[in-house]
Structure formats: C-alpha cells, structure tokens
Design a protein around this ligand. Structure first.
Ligand code: GDD
Ligand code: MG
Length: 360
C-alpha cells in the first residue's frame, strides 16, 4: 500500500522554529518528526511513501533520504504551494500513484488504526474515507458530522460557532483513483474546501478512529506531544526515559544541573550548575548557563541562555539566538533565530522579537 504524505506547508504557526527547520523534520523528542509517522504507516502495511514537499524540501530530503526502514521514499517537489489536494494530483500526473492510496497530513502524531480504516473503506465501497477523531475544541480543524452508517453529512473547515459534532478530520484519508483524477490539474486545490465538500453524499465516509492523535503544528501542541511521548501515552521507538521522565541524548554536559521532569535535551547540550530545565525541549548544541531557569519552553539548535536568565512557559527561542545573562523571556514570547537579547533585558509575555529579514 502507498501513502502520500503532505509535507509542504510552511509551518507558520511554529515560527521561529520553522525558519530554520521545516516542520516535517523538526526534532520531536530528538527524532525527525516524520519518522514517527513513517513508523506508524509502516506498521499498517505501507511499503512506499511519497513525500509531497515544497517549503525547504532540500532539508527534508537530506534528513530522510530515499529509504527508511525498508520503505521506499519518493519525493514530489512543488515550486509553488499546491494546497492539500493539488499535490496528490501532481503525483498522479507524474505516474506515481496506484489505484488506491492513503493520504496523510504530515504533521500528526497518532496511532490510529489505518488497517481498520482501510477495512471499513472496502466494506462500505467508499470513494474516500476520512479518519475522524474527537477533540474538545474543534475551532482549528475540519468538523465532520456523519450518519450512523458513516456517510459524511458535511465538511466544515475551520468554521465559527457551534459545531454539530466534536469529530474532526484527523488528516488520514483512503482515496480511490477516480477521486484523484477528478482533482483539477495544474493549480492549488484544497481537499478541505473543494474536494471533500463536493463529495458529500457521493461516496465520502468517515471512520471513527480511536486512540492517540495530535497535530503538532503549534508550539503548545508540539510541547504536549513531547510530554505524551515521554510518558508513553503514544507508542514510539524512543530510547527509555530516565528517572525524571526525561530524554538526554549523547554528548550532554549537566554537572550540578537540575534537568527534568519531562525534558528533552538534544545532542551536545550543556546545562550549568544549579540551572533548571523543566518540561522543556532543547534541540542540539544548546547551552544554558549556571543558575538559569528554562520552563515549558522550546530552545532551537545552538541557542545560548546566559547565567541566571529566565525563559518562561510557552517561550520559543529560534536557532542560534542568545539570551543574555539575567535576561527574561516572558511567557509565550518568541525570539527569531540569531537575535541577541541584551543582558538583564526583558522580553514581555507574548512579544515576538524579530531579526532583520536578511539575518534569517
Ligand atoms: N505539499 C504541500 N503543499 N503540503 C501542504 C501544503 C501545500 O501547499 N499546504 C499544507 N500542506 C501540508 C502541511 O505541511 C500539513 O502537513 C498538512 O498539509 C495540513 O496542513 P496544515 O496547514 O497543518 O493544516 P491544518 O492543521 O490547519 O488543518 C488540516 O489538518 C487538520 C488536522 O490536523 C486540515 O486538514 C483540517 O481539516 C484537519 O482537521
Ligand atoms: Mg496541521
């Protein structure tokens, strides 16, 4: 079985992280994100994956290569964004697609049962089957009410107001070729706004998926996914966690530091004495000075946090940025790659400190 993974979005909600690393290969608990999805797809019989890339596609190719755990990886690269359905049509036009395939949003960490979804698809004779997952707040998703036989009654992409159901589009579809052939060629097309609404009542089914599911596309959810992985709430091939529920990769220096609970330290990080790193993610080669505190934050590769500085919950600091001694990065603040925050300075909660465009 083939899977096409949509991995060409710009990941705007994960900026500044996605200025330097595209979302598909963003380290999650120390591994390129898509490797979790590839493991999941493989466990449901997928043996060939087409990666649909655009934004920073070279980085995705460089990290993942042409073969992953025995699965062939092929790339379809777009110069201009083709949306979500356009890339599938493009892959079809390039002669890459079989009769039937999975199409997967490239930013979901999940263990939902693709095998069961495929079985239901065959049983109902659907043209498209969408995996549906229940969430508390439906506002940032596609809401998909169905009848008791699973027939989709409406596809409501990010609409305001009361939702008719809490089941949302989980971004995992089974598609028949006739549907791919009907996608208009040569332009951006949205499954969610064009293809699926047009298929309501015409072979579009929902599959009520059980299990773990999260879209990692915002800093809050990226951290939540990290904690869930560390706690084993979703299966993975991660190494065992330490007694604080943390993952510390090779080459880290932590003498006298307090790391954990639920922290991830990438390769070759250093944390100074009496510094605290709690419920946070440090990508590779991050340096945290003595007595500093980093709480519920994400620090991209090569960030340096000076002695006694504070990085408060929800903060995201871009690659190579420097937080001066005694400085504070307020809650939810973001700092662009390469920016230097002066010693003793304070970045207010929710601020986004920008670098000059050329410096990124
Ligand atoms: N190749 C390609 N080209 N991929 C794209 C493009 C594009 O132009 N635009 C977006 N993608 C990829 C993204 O990289 C991501 O993996 C996936 O398509 C979905 O795009 P998002 O931008 O993350 O969409 P969303 O999260 O707001 O909403 C979508 O996912 C929700 C579930 O997480 C929709 O499918 C919703 O209906 C759904 O509920
Ligand atoms: Mg998304």
């Amino acid at each position: 079985m083939q899977a096409l993974v949509l991995a060409g979005g710009e990941g705007t909600r994960l900026r500044p992280l996605t200025y330097t690393t595209p979302k598909p290969v963003m380290p999650l608990a120390g591994r390129p994100f898509l490797t979790f999805m590839l493991d999941w797809a493989h466990s449901h019989g997928v043996d060939e994956v087409i990666l649909s890339c655009g934004f920073m596609s070279d980085d995705v190719k460089r990290v993942l290569g042409d073969i992953y755990d025995g699965m062939r990886l092929r790339y379809v690269i777009e110069d201009e964004p083709l949306g979500t359905a356009g890339p599938v049509r493009r892959a079809f036009d390039e002669g890459l697609l079989d009769e039937r395939l999975f199409v997967l949003n490239g930013d979901v960490l999940t263990d939902i049962d693709l095998t069961g979804e495929l079985a239901q698809h065959e049983h109902t004779g659907a043209r498209v089957t969408l995996a549906l997952h229940p969430v508390d707040d439906t506002s940032s998703y596609g809401v998909v009410p169905t009848d008791s036989d699973g027939r989709v009654e409406a596809f409501l992409e990010k609409t305001e107001g009361d939702a008719p159901t809490n089941r949302i589009n989980a971004g995992a579809y089974v598609l028949e070729r006739e549907v791919v052939e009907a996608i208009p060629p040569g332009r951006a097309v949205s499954f969610e706004r064009e293809t699926f609404p047009a298929l309501v009542g015409d072979g579009l089914y929902g599959f009520p998926a059980a299990g773990y599911w999260i879209d990692i596309g915002t800093p809050e959810r990226y951290l939540e996914a990290t904690w869930d992985l560390l706690a084993g709430r979703v299966g993975s091939r991660l190494p065992p966690r330490d007694e604080t529920g943390s993952l510390v990769y090779e080459g880290c220096l932590l003498s006298g530091a307090h790391v954990g609970p639920q922290a991830v330290l990438g390769r070759h990080c250093s944390v100074g004495s009496d510094a605290r790193v709690e419920r946070s993610v440090l990508h590779d080669r991050v340096v945290v000075g003595a007595d500093a505190a980093v709480v519920e934050s994400v620090l991209a590769t090569r960030v340096r946090v000076g002695a006694n500085a504070r990085v408060l919950p929800g903060a995201v600091v871009g690659a190579g940025a420097v937080v001066g001694e005694d400085a504070t990065i307020g809650e939810g603040a973001r700092v662009d790659p390469g920016v230097e925050i002066e010693p003793g300075a304070r970045v207010e909660a929710g601020d986004f400190v920008k670098a000059p465009e050329a410096a990124r």
